[in-house]
Design a protein around this ligand. Structure first.
Ligand code: SAH
Length: 257
């Protein structure tokens, strides 16, 4: 075997949004036999508890208790671990390929000659609205949905989101990382022609026992967030499907664990 040929494989696993009942069987099986698990901040404690007790566990968000690892350090760590161990799990919140930098990590690992495969997870943008009784499509209200990042910091994702196009192109808009930037998002969408009466829901800690919702309208939501001190991590849902919340949230899903 030549020096660059690695023994191990990195499994890029989606942990889902929180409720351990939403974690995939494939993901759980990998955690149970992992040699090393490198995990992110938003992975729920019940899922971390599934990790093989003999595995090395590394919190990529909090190395040595104070330092947040940057993307390059994480990739380097995964490359090192893949050369030392057979089963390396890179555990990420939600789905690794939805605003989780999973694509970038996979590119870098493959470029370094490391075998890597993905295990999808239930993404927060689908699960959090569902647990709040908001279907993203409905034959009477919406036949299209867009997932978009509200965090437009240059260089993080592509520099600008085309809110004008999104306002016109999609009946349901699901925003990740949108709480901080909500006033800007609201003004872009209303400038594009969406009515200030358009229903909006924020779902915080979706699918966890502490899930909370804030329901309002495009015109009022930013002020409601300010007044209530509502914070991230939350998913923002914009569109008429939000009105279904009142009826469909009567029977709440039971969170596992
Ligand atoms: N890869 C993840 C998203 C990572 S981006 C996924 O597929 O779900 C981080 C953002 O996801 C947060 O800012 C928040 O907008 C959203 N998020 C993640 N977990 C959440 C949860 N349990 N409830 C509500 N929003 C959540």
């Amino acid at each position: 075997m030549n020096e660059n040929q690695c023994l191990g494989k990195v499994h890029l696993v989606g942990a889902g949004p929180g409720d351990p009942g939403l974690f995939t069987i494939k993901g759980k099986t990998l955690l149970e036999c992992a040699d090393v698990v490198v995990y992110d901040a938003l992975v729920s404690p019940q899922i971390l508890a599934m990790i093989n007790p003999n595995a090395e566990q590394i919190h990529a968000g909090k190395r040595r208790g104070f330092h947040t690892m940057d993307q390059q350090e994480i990739t380097q760590l995964l490359i090192e671990k893949a050369h030392e161990h057979a089963i390396v799990v890179r555990l990420k919140g939600g789905d690794p390929f939805v605003f989780g930098r999973g694509g970038e990590e996979m590119q870098d690992l493959l470029a370094a000659g490391v075998s890597v495969e993905v295990v999808p997870g239930v993404t927060a943008g689908i699960a959090a609205p569902a647990y709040a009784g908001i279907p993203l499509t409905h034959r009477d209200y919406s036949s299209s949905v867009t997932f978009v990042t509200g965090h437009e910091a240059a260089g993080k994702y592509r520099p600008e989101v085309n809110w004008q196009a999104i306002a016109h192109g999609s009946e349901t808009i699901v925003v990740y990382m949108g709480v901080h930037n909500l006033p800007h998002i609201v003004s872009e969408l209303t400038a594009a022609g969406l009515s200030p009466e358009t229903p909006v829901a924020l779902v915080r800690w979706g699918t966890r026992p502490e899930q909370e919702e804030l329901i309002g309208t495009l015109g009022a939501i930013a002020q409601q967030v300010e007044a209530t001190g509502f914070t991230s991590p939350a998913i923002v849902v914009i569109g008429h499907v939000v009105n279904l919340h009142q009826t469909l949230s009567q029977c709440r899903p039971v969170v596992f664990g």
